[in-house]
Design a protein around this ligand. Structure first.
Ligand SMILES: *Cc1c(COP(=O)(O)O)cnc(C)c1O
Length: 377
């Protein structure tokens, strides 16, 4: 068994696993379950700082992103795809798939998106139905200032779709303050439930846009309005995965009971970044460091594969490489949600130091000692 220190899925606490084994009712017919679903959605909205409705959908994080695009996009709609990473760029595929016309705003992949640059661009180009942007682009660990970006877009009446699957509950997220119309999250990142569920918060403006469509949504499973009036009708568009939702609720109850989570994640992220840097391992990014994941470049003389294999074989710890343009080039340490605790991190840093040792790579210091030096308990 491995200690899972990847940037999602993360470690799942026992009370979440136990909640998934509770006796099941018929979620289609039992009104108590409809209440439980709604209360869970309301708890998510509250924790994300929004009065907007939340819906939990039965599918991975990707379903949330697709549902947002499917529900908003009509054939010919122009959509601004703001990107400086793999997930940011990927939104264009969903836009195209549902008949929309994506226009890219490309930004430097080593730095957070600069709101001033975007602001200048928008002065000339703002004829978009909605825009997409990623809060934390996990393959590089890029954190974008969606708190600045979304209000800029709203000045032009552009609806905002934000992927915060790996950002929320690791970095600050306040949906209403940031003016986010559709915010997408997933169960298996900082929320620390197993993979399998996504949830989306939906503003009134986004609902209005969905209801004013002239053409039907080209999907049923990825349709958000398919849930319209579910509570009054006591009817879901499809049978809800009741055990998954019991687990998700326990995970959110854990978050609610842990007001130190964001601050602890930040302290751990700072100590990890400082330790990695001082040991001579180059951080991959120049700015925009997410507190949920640390990403460093593979030093000369070894490979991504060798590091990951040694960590697994000798230390039973799972770290992650990355994909697309970063495949084989970086190592990612996921310290979000349940992974964000001192014991697991110090163990991981010690193991990583020993791994580099055994691979013949000389670091400028022991990673665990450096982590300890910078960690503020
Ligand atoms: C994990 C993640 C998702 C969901 O991807 P899955 O492959 O379904 O896990 C979406 N966006 C971001 C930024 C993510 O990190």
């Amino acid at each position: 068994m491995y200690k899972v220190m990847t940037p999602g899925p993360t470690q799942v606490r026992e009370n979440v696993r136990m909640a998934r084994s509770l006796v099941c009712t018929n979620p289609d017919l039992d009104e108590e379950f409809v209440d439980f679903y709604k209360e869970t959605c309301e708890e998510i909205s509250e924790l994300l700082g929004t009065k907007n409705e939340t819906l939990i959908l039965d599918g991975e994080g990707i379903l949330g992103l697709e549902a947002a695009c499917a529900s908003l996009t009509e054939p010919g709609d122009k959509v601004l795809v703001i990107e400086n990473g793999v997930y940011g760029e990927g939104f264009a595929d969903f836009v195209t798939m549902y008949g929309g016309v994506p226009e890219f705003y490309h930004a430097d992949r080593l730095n957070a998106i600069d709101p001033d640059g975007l602001s200048s661009y928008l002065k000339e180009h703002h004829d978009y139905k909605y825009a997409t942007v990623v809060h934390c682009d996990t393959p590089s660990g890029m954190l974008n200032p969606v708190d600045k970006i979304c209000p800029l877009l709203k000045e032009y009446g552009i609806l905002t779709v934000v992927d915060s699957v790996s950002g929320m509950f690791g970095n600050e997220m306040h949906v209403d303050d940031y003016q986010i119309d559709l915010l997408c999250g997933g169960s298996q990142k900082a929320v620390s439930a197993p993979p399998g569920l996504t949830f989306v918060t939906i503003s009134d403006a986004a609902k209005k846009a969905m209801h004013e469509r002239k053409t039907p949504i080209r999907s049923f499973y990825a349709s958000l309005p398919a849930f319209d009036g579910y509570y009054e009708k006591k009817w879901f568009p499809y049978t809800m995965p009741i055990s998954d939702i019991y687990g998700l609720r326990a995970a959110f109850d854990n978050i609610k009971a842990d007001p130190d989570l964001i601050s602890r994640t930040h302290r751990i992220a700072e100590a990890t970044r400082n330790a990695v840097k001082e040991a001579g391992l180059p951080l991959h990014l120049q700015s925009g460091f997410s507190d949920t994941v640390t990403v460093f470049d593979i030093p000369e003389g070894t490979t991504c594969d060798a590091i990951l294999k040694t960590m697994r074989k000798d230390h039973h710890i799972m770290l992650a490489g990355s994909f697309n343009d970063l495949s084989g080039k970086v190592i990612r340490i996921g310290h979000m949600g349940n992974n964000a605790n001192f014991e697991d991190m110090i163990t991981t840093m010690l193991a990583l130091s020993e791994t580099f040792d055994s691979l013949g790579i000389k670091l400028k210091g022991n990673l665990a000692e450096l982590f300890l030096k910078y960690y503020e308990a």
